[in-house]
Design a binder for this molecule. Structure first.
Ligand code: ADP
Length: 395
């Protein structure tokens, strides 16, 4: 038995989960938030209790040291050396990384160099990697890329119709994201459907704060809604999704914004559900507002559903039909009303939800027996995929 930690480092956060492997038992998990801001918060869930500490944590190196010391002081481990593997979610792997890899000095450098493609994420991912490699020099360190699953997309899906040079010289193409989640739920869906992934055409809908849909043919991603960055595709909690690029210079002139990054930041952080509702990026608030007759919340909900329906329609065309649509992530797993609203508009395609199965805690097939295209709910588990990849690459 060995212990493996799965790490998901964001720009100001670090989410982790400690596993006993190969049993795949979760021993403890936690989240460090507000890294680099005053009063950072570190929480550790262990043995049914949640331990929270508040203190200033200046950077990811400090965050990792605090997390490791918490593991010791809470007697979750006796020595650092008990952790024999670390797995790191890396957002951008570019065209370079088609699967998970053992991290060497060279790989760590390449991940840093890919920061151009994910300026908010890859530097944080790299910082987490450096900190763990320094603290656990004898452990196996593995990088798991959000983009890897999508490297099977054909050029017709990943190329943009812009001048060739933009791709040839500057690598402008669709990379997608959430790949680990799409891969995991598609494989689980195949189990529920009693078929091999190779025999299935699936549309997976990862609907959380970030939202992306993927068309999967025979177990391979053939198209996905996020693009060069996670800003593209459907509307999300705070992101616009697809947008006419002409809006950018127009708004800059109208508002006097002179730094284009300021506008991109607004498109990433103040748009989507938050932008339209004017109040919240959280689907629970939007649903409540809609129930209370709030017009903005209602419009936000309607736009959100409409964009997802349109992408499902696109992917039914890309795949020339599908066996199933799979819902996952915070909203996809937990919101029956969102799933129902999406599926109800797609009845012509043969999607039909069984209301008695579209309930809280749904896991598996929720469509009627007669539905031509099955509908499933599958809770995603990106951390488990990361821990499994560490195990695989440790052999
Ligand atoms: P992230 O992309 O940050 O990992 P999650 O997958 O955790 O996000 O999803 C967060 C979203 O899930 C939020 O919009 C939240 O409101 C929504 N959510 C969680 N539980 C429910 C629920 N019971 N009903 C509707 N939405 C929910």
């Amino acid at each position: 038995m060995s212990k493996t930690i799965a790490i998901n480092a964001g720009s100001s956060s670090l989410k982790w989960q400690l596993y006993e492997m190969p049993a795949e038992t979760v021993i403890a998990k936690g989240l460090i938030e507000r890294i680099g801001l005053p009063e950072s918060v570190s929480s550790v869930s262990f043995d049914g209790d949640k331990h929270v500490t508040v203190k200033d944590i200046h950077n990811h190196t400090e965050a990792v040291a605090i997390l490791m010391n918490d593991l010791k002081s809470l007697a979750i481990i006796d020595h650092f050396s008990e952790i024999t593997g670390t797995g790191h979610r890396v957002v951008a792997g570019g065209e370079l990384f088609k699967s998970s890899v053992l991290i060497t000095d060279e790989i760590a450098k390449q991940i840093e160099n890919l920061a151009e493609l994910a300026p908010l994420h890859n530097p944080a991912n790299a910082a987490g990697i450096h900190a763990f490699r320094a603290l656990l020099p004898n452990a196996t360190h593995v990088a798991v890329f959000d983009t890897a699953f999508h490297t099977t997309m054909p050029p017709v899906a990943y190329r943009y119709p812009v001048p060739n040079d933009y791709y040839d010289k500057y690598a402008v193409r669709k990379y997608g994201a959430h790949g680990t989640s799409h891969m995991y739920v598609s494989q689980k869906a195949a189990e529920y459907l009693g078929k091999a992934p190779e025999e299935l055409k699936l549309i997976t809908a990862h609907i959380g704060n970030g939202v992306s849909l993927t068309a999967i043919d025979g177990g391979k991603s053939v198209d996905t809604s996020m693009g060069f960055t996670p800003l593209a595709g459907v509307m999300m909690g705070t992101r616009t999704g697809d947008l006419d690029a002409s809006i950018i210079p127009y708004i800059m002139v109208k508002t006097g914004i002179t730094d284009v990054n300021e506008l991109i930041d607004i498109f990433n952080k103040k748009s989507g559900l938050a932008g339209i509702s004017g109040s919240s990026s959280d689907m629970r608030d939007i649903l409540k507002g809609r129930e209370e007759g709030d017009e903005k919340a209602t419009l936000a909900f309607d736009l959100f559903i409409n964009r997802i329906q349109k992408y499902i329609g696109q992917y039914l065309a890309v795949l020339n039909g599908a066996d199933a649509v799979v819902f996952t992530a915070g909203i996809g797993e937990n919101s029956g009303p969102v799933r129902k609203a999406i599926v109800d508009g797609l009845s012509w395609f043969g999607l039909d939800i069984d209301e008695s199965k579209n309930i809280v805690g749904a896991d598996g097939i929720i469509s009627t027996a007669a539905a031509k295209v099955k509908v499933l709910v599958i809770p995603t588990d990106e951390e488990l995929v990361i821990a499994r990849d560490v195990e695989k690459l440790s052999q």
